[in-house]
Design a protein around this ligand. Structure first.
Ligand code: HEM
Length: 411
């Protein structure tokens, strides 16, 4: 049955929608009435069958799409964006070199190379250093008198330091990574006023930077990701383009998402004081996963159907774009009791904030959960009386559920 509550022309990839309200009430309507809905869009690029995409909103269907790469390919680009005259074929082709946009067997080959760097055990080895950093970040913020921006002073620091350390980027260059990664993501946002061209330039600069690091490591190996990737290149398991794009993806993925989870988490705590009090008293391990469910920093990704098939009562055709909306799945009442309640004790919590469990499941999940856990522990110790000093200033984006600024006071 078509969803009566959705006006024609409603598009879940409209960047203004995410900026205005999250979670979108329209997701609830769709899950109920038309869980796999065709959303027409003006403009397309060669490769996809038609102008538009299927919006998949139920938890079970998002999982199904994610875990069947043979039916739903990542090859034609996974970022669910509005194609327009600015997005050129060449840019889409280049993105094929990113792990996220690969299908097996390429995906399996590249993922295996870096999988061991991100095991829970390897990440635990970083824990003490990251804990110290988290405490330093919170103690530094405590010295602030008057309102300050939680995003720039607190939320962005730990993810940036952690990913830079893993990749092997020296302290002095870390601000560059932050800047490049912001520019690649923020091309829809008027405050940054960054065009796709500036985003592409940042990508080129970051890749060139990574290539220089690789050249340095050849004579002088270190304990970092670049060294692991250079070894894989020497063994013929990775080509140099894949190397560059892998570093680029890590720099973005390790930065933006976790920063947004931490900011949304802080906002959720400060607007749910009972949960903040509970957190400070009990520090439950379940809190980080609930923050990711609640925040869903990546609103959606997309796949392309490899054959005609049926999903959720709709007939999908080969070559159709299929949008998997994690933000909708994470509020599915079929799976979550009181899905619109922020509950840090929620357990089990099978949210899809890190993906639907298929081969592309977030590589950095253990690291992200650890960072969220460490920073909120540090904030609870050093800034227990933090209060809001303004509303979140949201990023204008089609697929990143981001916050640019959140003013707070130490209280
Ligand atoms: C993939 C979310 C943190 C690295 C993904 C995917 C999502 C996601 C939704 C796609 C999964 C799929 O398509 O099935 C998040 C969130 C994070 C986070 C919400 C923080 C709260 C990180 C961090 C890193 C990272 C810290 C790296 C240090 C990656 C990589 C992939 C990925 C490399 C691609 C994996 C592949 O294609 O095989 N992430 N992520 N992520 N994430 Fe994360």
């Amino acid at each position: 049955m078509p969803c009566p509550a959705l006006p024609d022309g409603f598009d879940f990839t409209d960047p203004d929608l995410l900026q205005a309200r999250v979670p979108l009430p329209e997701f609830a309507e769709l899950r109920r009435a038309e869980p796999v809905r065709w959303v027409p869009q003006a403009g397309n690029i060669a490769g996809f069958r038609d102008e538009g995409y299927w919006a998949v909103t139920r938890h079970a269907d998002v999982k199904y799409v994610s875990t069947h790469p043979e039916l739903f390919s990542s090859y034609l680009n996974t970022a669910i964006i509005r194609f327009n005259e600015h997005i050129e074929r060449g840019a889409i082709d280049a993105q094929r070199l990113i792990l996220l946009n690969m299908d097996p067997p390429e995906h399996t080959r590249v993922r295996q190379i870096v999988q061991r760097i991100f095991t829970p055990r390897a990440i635990r080895a970083l824990e003490d250093r990251l804990r110290e950093r988290a405490h330093n970040i919170a103690r530094t913020a405590r010295r602030r008198s008057g309102p300050f921006d939680f995003v720039t002073e607190v939320a962005c620091e730990l993810p940036l330091q952690a990913i830079a350390e893993l990749i092997g980027i020296p302290q002095d260059d870390r601000a560059k990574i932050f800047d490049w990664s912001n520019k690649m993501i923020a091309y829809d946002d008027p405050e940054y006023a960054i065009t796709e061209e500036v985003g592409a330039e940042s990508a080129t600069e970051l890749i060139a930077y990574a290539m220089n690091m690789a050249a340095d490591r050849k004579g002088c190996p270190a304990k970092d990701i670049v060294t692991t990737l250079v070894a894989a290149e020497d063994e013929g398991n990775l080509n140099s383009d894949e190397f560059g794009f892998f570093v680029l993806m890590l720099a973005v993925a390790g930065n933006e998402t976790t920063r947004n989870a931490i900011t949304h988490g802080m906002h959720a705590f400060l607007t749910h004081p009972d949960q903040w009090e509970l957190y400070k008293r009990t520090r439950p391990e379940t809190a980080a996963e609930e923050i990711v469910r609640w925040a869903t920093p990546v609103n959606a990704f997309q796949r392309t159907a490899t054959q005609d098939l049926e999903l959720g009562g709709s007939r999908i055709r080969k070559g159709d774009r299929v949008g998997i909306f994690y933000a909708a799945a994470n509020h599915d009442p079929e799976v979550f009791t009181d899905p619109d309640t922020f509950d840090i004790m929620r357990d089990p919590n099978p949210h899809l904030g890190f993906g639907g469990g298929g081969p592309h499941y977030c590589l950095g999940k253990s690291l992200a959960v650890l960072e969220i856990d460490l920073i909120f522990n540090a904030i609870a110790d050093a800034l227990p009386g933090l209060t809001l000093a303004g509303d979140p200033d949201r990023l204008r984006s089609a697929w990143i559920n981001g916050v640019k600024h959140l003013m707070v006071e130490t209280g």
